[in-house]
Design a protein around this ligand. Structure first.
Ligand code: NAP
Length: 273
């Protein structure tokens, strides 16, 4: 498993497991299944209501805490509520620290919210901090008005919305690009895409594995979600083949700049910077 280095030197696994819409009762088993298959990055959020079960899975796995990378996300607006919310997340999960805390989406008082994340970072409550669903203008605003530069921006990124403009912006600003909904949230008919099929056949991989490999090969941290143990296992089985330049180009040409449901509206401004 390859790691990427964040701008504070902390390493993040390039591939992980998403837990959005996994119910609390299913989360522990799904995360344990992911750990067994070699996943080490788990993505949760206050909004998902499953931080507690992610923490339980970390302890039940008996994997050393410093070998797993746990991300959570705040869903509060402003300094006081966010400061309290981070402490509640630590308590709920039973973890001593997170590896990454993200502001889940911009809400209005983002600079104040960011100051609470900075404080948690400086206090050792998290090894890294970042943002999610922030466009380039919102990101620059944080950078210009704070001490700690965001280390990650987690944004919707998949075959039909490849986010190349944002990717270039991230490279310029030394921010890691993390993809959410890499499989289009299960709402795209990836299995019947002829180009994914053709490339997959060559390597003995499914269309799902081809798109996950494509994202990872472009240095995008990728966190597919599944509650099906066979899918969980298959999704991480992408580190034994390499797409060539021609294939990378073919896949890039499939970008339609098409979000799943257009949320949040501010991300449509990704061309503004
Ligand atoms: N920051 C944000 O605002 C934000 C927003 C959305 C998501 N996220 C994060 O990104 C993660 C991933 O995104 P997502 O949950 O929207 O969806 P996703 O990973 O793009 O797609 C999940 C869907 O794909 C199916 N699937 C997974 N592997 C498959 C396979 N090998 N073959 C066939 N079907 C497969 C799953 O069904 P099965 O369970 O049946 O496999 C599920 O329906 C989330 O869980 C969350 O951690 C963040």
């Amino acid at each position: 498993m390859k790691n990427l280095k964040l701008n504070n030197g902390v390493e993040i696994p390039i591939f992980g497991f998403g837990t959005y819409e996994i119910s609390p009762s299913q989360t522990k088993d799904a995360v344990l299944s992911a750990f067994e298959d070699g996943y080490r990055l788990i993505d949760t959020a206050q909004y998902y209501r499953n931080e507690k079960q992610v923490g339980e899975a970390v302890r039940a796995s008996h994997i050393d805490r410093d070998e797993v990378f746990i991300t959570t996300k705040t869903m509060t607006d402003g300094y006081e509520a966010t400061k309290a919310g981070i402490d509640e997340s630590l308590q709920r999960s039973g973890l001593d620290y997170f590896d990454l805390i993200l502001i889940h989406w911009p809400m209005g008082h983002d600079l104040d919210t960011w100051h609470a994340l900075e404080e948690a970072y400086k206090a050792g409550k998290t090894r890294a901090i970042g943002i999610s669903n922030f466009n380039s203008r919102q990101t620059i605003d944080l950078i210009n008005n704070s001490d700690v530069r965001p280390m990650v921006d987690q944004i919707e990124t998949h075959l039909l919305l490849q986010q190349w403009k944002m990717h270039e912006f991230f490279e310029k600003e030394n921010i890691v690009h993390e993809s959410y909904s890499p499989l289009g949230s299960g709402r795209q008919n990836l299995m019947s895409n002829p180009i994914l099929q053709e490339i997959g056949q060559k390597y003995g991989k499914s269309p799902y594995q081809v798109i996950l490999r494509y994202l990872v090969q472009n240095d995008i941290v990728t966190i597919p979600r599944s509650t099906n143990p066979a899918h969980i296992k298959a999704n991480i089985d992408i580190f034994d083949f390499e797409l060539n330049q021609k294939e990378l180009k073919k896949l890039r040409d499939l970008d339609k700049r098409e979000p799943i449901d257009g949320w949040p509206a501010t991300m449509r401004e990704d061309e503004d910077y």
